[in-house]
Design a protein around this ligand. Structure first.
Ligand code: SIN
Length: 513
């Protein structure tokens, strides 16, 4: 009977950080359905936000996070993120992680949407995620077991406690299971996410009875490179941080009169402005002509443009928004514990509430680092659990044999009806479409007979249905959830909340700002 102290599902940054902080104390197995190099973390371009400069302070980062999050954030989680973030980063830097810096070692700090300060650390220009994941993989080599290309088909729950995982090949038991499977961007036909990111952890957790929340809050990144009717890859917000601006077909600035922060407004605002033009049949471009040495500063983006035949020398990149990040997810406390004992979640799959209704740019790698370390700390103190593996409960013995849709059908449904803007009619259409696939049965059935592709589709169906039904329930517009039939509440609400929060913040930090 294969056994570990801790099983971590997923191979991105939050998973590796948890393992890095835990491996000296516990025997850890990491499962990934492909490999760590195929995670969203690996693709992350922008960087890691942290108040490290002399002009900055955690309270500024805190406030920017709340404003971007439309004050839907769990404020304690935000405090943890912005206060522990710099400390954790400095520990990693001390252990050998390198960020881009000048000759005297001063970090090149970038700026991204809705940040009031330059506070984004980056590595290899636009290869920050790859740099951190490679660093952690190197540190973990030979110290934890990483099982690649093995998908978890179910969590094993026994007497209400999660005691392991099941794969096609075997059952593996552990004192604790950590889901770090990322979000669900690939549920949409336009997405910045790795193709592997299909809501798997959320579906697994939901099937095991764990609570999920805030699924309606989907962030669309404003600038994906748009080629031949497809969103082919991310153009980092750091590009706009260096001065690039969005322009219309006739060269006018798109964001000039839309928001005081213009091209660096919160992502939901920028994505909606672009979407509004696209549905009218117009094209939007990112003007990069003012950025010197573009290919040197953004080698990944320059390489992507080249491979799709988009000439950066023209200075105009065609863009479209794409699904980027899920703010909701599996409900966890500040130590990553879900509502099912023995089951933890971390990173994008989890919802601490830290991102509110809309994540602040470059807070996600930071989240993986901070909360990965916290989950590890919680698990270090976790004792042995006595369980009888023989009696482990199966979800259901009824195999699921009904027809399933294709991935593309789910992606089109989500993009058209549960996308950047929604309303009751579009969401009802989507809900009815999902429910023809017997979601309740899917949540409870034995899926053991399904192949890899069918398992992915089941996870996409469960997660898509959760997003759709949550979006129907929230009859207001807030952050990444914009209801055309309830459009105006947000502004009034934002202003009311902003005034109250400013007073609270000043009282809390002694007027430091
Ligand atoms: C970007 O580089 O624009 C994405 C970074 C992020 O989502 O935080």
């Amino acid at each position: 009977m294969p056994q570990a102290d801790v099983i971590i599902v997923g191979g991105g940054l939050a998973s590796l950080m948890t393992a890095y902080c835990l491996h000296e104390h516990k025997n850890v197995i990491i499962f990934t359905k492909t490999k760590p190099e195929e995670s969203n973390s690996w693709l992350a371009q922008g960087g890691v936000a942290a108040a490290l400069s002399e002009q900055d302070h955690w309270s500024y980062h805190y406030e920017d996070t709340l404003v971007a999050g439309a004050y839907h954030n769990d404020e304690l989680a935000v405090e943890v993120l912005v206060q522990e973030g710099p400390k954790r980063l400095l520990q990693l830097i001390e252990a050998g992680l390198r960020f881009d810096a000048d000759e005297s070692g001063r970090f090149h700090l970038g700026k991204e949407g809705a940040h009031g300060q330059r506070r984004i650390l980056h590595a290899g220009g636009d290869q920050t995620g790859k740099a951190i994941v490679s660093f952690l993989l190197e540190k973990l080599r030979g110290r934890v077991t990483i099982i690649e290309n093995e998908r978890i088909t179910d969590l094993i729950v026994h007497h209400g406690r999660c005691v392991g995982v099941r794969t096609k090949k075997s059952a593996y038991y552990a004192n604790a299971v950590v889901l770090s499977t990322g979000g669900c961007g690939t549920l949409y036909s336009f997405s910045s996410n790795a193709p592997t990111v299909t809501g798997d952890g959320i579906a697994l957790a939901y099937r095991a009875g764990a609570a999920v929340t805030d699924m309606e809050f989907i962030q669309f990144h404003p600038t994906m490179l748009y080629v031949n009717g497809k969103a082919v890859g991310l153009i980092s917000e750091a590009v706009r941080g260096e001065g690039a601006v969005l322009i219309t077909e006739d060269g006018k600035r798109l964001m000039e009169h839309v928001h005081p922060q213009q091209d660096l407004a919160p992502r939901d605002v920028v994505a909606r402005a672009i979407h509004g033009e696209i549905v009218k049949g117009h094209r939007i471009y990112l003007d990069i002509s003012m950025i010197p040495n573009f290919a040197e500063r953004f080698p990944t983006i320059a390489g992507m443009c080249e491979s799709y035949g988009v000439c950066i020398e023209n200075g105009k990149l065609p863009v479209v928004p794409g699904a980027h990040f899920l703010m909701g997810g599996i409900v966890v406390d500040l130590w990553g514990e879900t509502t099912v004992p023995g089951l933890y979640a971390v990173g994008e799959a989890a919802c601490t509430g830290v991102h509110g209704a809309n994540r602040l740019a470059s807070n996600s790698l930071l989240e993986g680092i901070v909360f990965g370390a916290r989950v590890a700390e919680a698990l270090r103190n976790e004792g042995q659990t006595a369980f009888a593996a023989d009696g482990a409960k199966e979800l259901n013995t009824n195999p699921f044999e009904k027809p399933l849709p294709t991935k593309e059908e789910i992606q089109t449904m989500m993009m058209q009806h549960v996308g950047i803007v929604r309303d009751e009619q579009s969401l009802t259409t989507a809900k009815e479409w999902f429910e023809q696939f017997s979601i309740a049965e899917l949540v409870n059935a034995d899926l053991g007979s399904l192949d890899e592709e069918e398992m992915t589709i089941v996870c996409m169906l469960i997660t898509g249905w959760l997003i759709t039904t949550s979006a129907l329930e929230r009859t207001e517009s807030r952050g990444g959830h914009y209801r055309l039939d309830h459009p105006h509440e947000v502004e009034q609400w934002r202003k009311r909340r902003l005034e109250r929060r400013k007073d609270e913040l000043v009282a809390k930090i002694g007027g430091r700002r």
